[in-house]
Write a protein of this length. Structure first.
Length: 189
């Protein structure tokens, strides 16, 4: 098993959505302070993990090693369009096998979505960084995790053994904050 730290990152609306009804992250959910927080975190990660519809689109994105979840292959394959990316079908191979193929067996894996991907790692997160935009609502949007909106994102994280740390205010004027949700025994970062 890789000695990887597993950290998750998402910004959600007040109603727990990460995208609008068209499954697109709207401008209303994009804040410079959160972008800076997210960018700094990914710049320190050794591996980025996401689904085929999620992407961070940052200046350093092409330099980052990544695993992209897809059902278009049987197990694991190189991504012909990105030499730093590995395609992974969880139905055909383990996460550890995908990490081995990507050449990353230690450090930090940053899980950046979407909802199915977040759900796959719920019992493995060391820390999940939940950013919240308290003034934004996305009716009929795409929930951040399986089980939302029936439960709040916080209730989902708590149900998987994570406990909240100190809330950090990222943007007071727009009421944007981030809370680290940690598994028992994890050190602060």
């Amino acid at each position: 098993m890789p000695a990887l730290r597993i950290d998750g990152y998402v910004i959600v609306s007040a109603d727990g959505m990460l995208a609008n009804a068209a499954r697109v992250m709207p401008d209303e959910l994009k804040f410079e302070a959160d972008k800076q927080f997210f960018t700094a975190a990914l710049d320190h990660a050794d591996l980025i993990v996401h689904g085929r519809n999620s992407y961070e689109d940052q200046p350093n994105s092409p330099r980052r090693k990544r695993i992209i979840l897809t059902g278009m292959i049987d197990a694991i394959a190189p991504d012909a369009s990105n030499p730093k990316a590995t395609l992974w079908n969880p139905a055909g191979a383990s996460f550890e096998d995908a990490c081995d193929f990507a050449g990353v067996n230690s450090g930090t894996a940053a899980i950046i979505g979407g909802p199915v991907v977040f759900g796959m790692f719920m019992d493995r997160y060391d820390t999940f960084w939940l950013s919240r935009a308290a003034r934004v609502r996305l009716p009929e949007g795409e929930p951040c995790f399986p089980g939302v909106p029936e439960r709040s994102p916080e209730q989902v994280l708590a149900a998987h053994g994570l406990t909240p740390g100190t809330i950090q205010i990222l943007d007071a004027a727009d009421e944007v904050s981030v809370t680290p949700w940690r598994r028992a025994g994890q050190r602060s970062r």
